[in-house]
Write a protein that binds this ligand. Structure first.
Ligand SMILES: [Zn+2]
Ligand SMILES: [Zn+2]
Ligand SMILES: [Zn+2]
Length: 362
């Protein structure tokens, strides 16, 4: 049965209720706060186990010592146990301590509020202290936010007292932070590289479409002899196509082509080779120059196995990028078809797509 403590300090009774008080919380400043056992026990399993612990003298008053944080932070903590609320002002003053208390006494709701409040109040100056606390209190969201801030503003964080203290006192944690920064930078570089590579594969896929189109249907200035020139109109990828037509004309007339002294011809040669690697037409049916030649010779011209593997990988990537682009285009057309009434009809082809035939890496 709950019984009133011998001498509760009514001014510290955060509940405002003087009945059923049977526990004294003792703070680090020696202050006592009378509280209800049932409230504490229902709010925290840790406090419940302290309350339920068998005592030498069952009639003696139960006391719970909460030290290591300011007395007022404990008052705010107890108020939270009663009301499940915490003012912004209290959070501003004691968010740091409340997070520690919420972790120690297993109060998830308070922990999540503190995490949110501390994330909102993160600064270059306090980030290392908050980071250490987040690590100690097992607050992964807060930990990650802190790490990202340290990683993004490391030059400024390095100048703070918090960082200097950490360097002198916790070299393992310093190493953990430096490793995180290093991995983040590697990931950024990797994704930049991947995006660049993906762009290249898409452009090469488009170049393959244009090469086939020029050599079979013909475009403005280049085409097969059996296609009447007067019927040739700009295609829907003309900016790409035009660059390729100029390169084809150059390739046909270049004096330095044979001794491999011309970079532009080398690129064109590689585009022919790439076409041949992805061409599924029978040799006799394909009109793209050198397609048959590359098919017969296969990988003969590769300097070594490594080069052959790299080329194979490039071919695969271009095939996938080409298929993806074609699917996306099909989807876009379907969406446009649904959006534009048939009477207004037709598609506006993008003639301004900027395209540069890039150097193949092989
Ligand atoms: Zn064209
Ligand atoms: Zn040339
Ligand atoms: Zn072919």
């Amino acid at each position: 049965m709950c019984r009133r403590p011998a001498s509760p300090t009514s001014s510290d009774n955060v509940s405002g209720d003087t009945t059923e008080i049977c526990i004294q919380i003792i703070t680090s400043g020696g202050r006592t706060i009378p509280v209800h056992a049932n409230i504490l026990a229902s709010a925290s399993t840790v406090l419940k186990s302290i309350i339920d612990k068998p005592r030498k003298h069952p009639s003696s008053a139960i006391t719970v010592s909460i030290s290591g944080v300011p007395c007022d932070a404990v008052v705010v903590f107890v108020r939270f146990l009663y009301s499940s609320k915490c003012s912004e002002e209290d959070m501003e003053k004691y968010g740091f301590h409340l997070l520690a208390l919420s972790h120690v006494y297993l109060i998830p709701k308070l922990k999540s509020q503190c995490t949110k409040a501390l994330i909102e109040r993160l600064t270059i100056e306090n980030v290392i202290d908050v980071l250490q606390l987040a690590r100690l209190c097992d607050a992964p969201d807060l930990y990650l936010k802190c790490m990202k801030l340290v990683s993004n503003k490391f030059k400024s964080v390095e100048e703070t007292e918090g960082w200097k203290f950490l360097q002198n006192n916790d070299p393992f944690f310093e190493l953990e932070i430096l490793q995180f920064i290093d991995e983040t930078e590697s990931r950024r570089k990797m994704s930049r590289r991947q995006r660049r590579a993906q762009r290249l594969y898409i452009e090469l896929g488009e170049a393959m479409d244009c090469l086939e189109h020029i050599c079979t249907e013909g475009c403005i200035s280049v085409g097969p002899n059996d296609t009447p020139r007067k019927n040739r109109v700009p295609c829907n990828k003309f900016s790409t196509c035009q660059g390729l037509q100029l390169s084809l004309q150059h390739f046909a007339n270049c004096k330095n082509r044979m001794n491999q002294g011309c970079v532009r011809c080398k690129r064109m040669w590689q585009l022919f080779k790439l076409h041949s690697s992805i061409c599924e037409l029978p040799e006799s049916a394909c009109k793209v120059p050198l397609c048959k030649r590359f098919k017969i010779r296969g990988g003969d011209e590769m300097k070594n196995k490594k080069e052959e593997v790299r080329w194979g990988l490039l071919v695969k990537k271009v095939v996938v990028a080409r298929a993806t682009s074609s699917l996306l285009l099909q989807k876009k057309k379907e969406v446009e078809k649904e959006a534009i009434p048939a009477a207004c009809g037709g598609y506006n082809y993008d003639h301004n797509h900027g395209y540069v035939i890039r150097n193949l890496v092989c």
